[in-house]
Design a protein around this ligand. Sequence first.
Ligand SMILES: *Cc1c(COP(=O)(O)O)cnc(C)c1O
Length: 235
Amino acid sequence: MTQQEIARRLEEVRSRMQRAMEAAGRKPGQVLLCAASKTQSPETVALAAGLDIDLFGENRVQELVDKFDKGAYGGKRADMIGHLQTNKVRQTVGRAGMIQSVDSEKLLRCIQAEAARQQLVQPVLLEINIGGEASKTGAAADLLWPMLEAAEDCPNLLVQGLMTVPPKADTEAENRAMFARMYRLFCQAGERGYARSRMEVLSMGMSSDFEAAILEGATLVRVGSSIFGPRNYTV
Ligand SMILES: *Cc1c(COP(=O)(O)O)cnc(C)c1O
């Protein structure tokens, strides 16, 4: 894809975001656009990095490492948004601006140990499986509290909020109800006032539903195909 083609698609995404933000009474800059760049080549990502994208999101550690080390993100932040195995934590900490997909206490502690080793503070989000589907990644909602407790003992972590990928909904109302449930959890977590956690980032919404997510309180949307076109998984 050429940079003009990406720019044209991006403009469309930005205006959809704008309309949703206006409808939700949100101010410009209150919702970040994360370009989900899985399967996109370092060359394509470098073209996109020159455009109006706030940050990138990768699903696979190998892609994050490859594009990061080639400078494809052009100095922009790149987050880990896919399931992270503990044996890949070493390569991820320090490269990922934020690890959005922390879904267990074990992973939390593993990231803490690596961040301590690298002498840095790693921002993270806790990923919640809000729909409770067996096939989805993310921790069950009732595990949020023990994870937040565990984070209290992790001086090299900064929990900045929550992330979710909701189940496919049959209707717009169902979709919004799922995002609303996530927003309530986010507010509850903020109210409980954990010293090492700040509930500032609520990452939810993808190409098909980011307007609904913004209406329900998302502060960061992760958009792939609406920016880059349909993914080609064979490359
Ligand atoms: C791929 C992906 C997205 C973006 O999906 P699109 O439907 O292409 O916008 C968002 N979040 C996660 C975790 C993803 O894996």
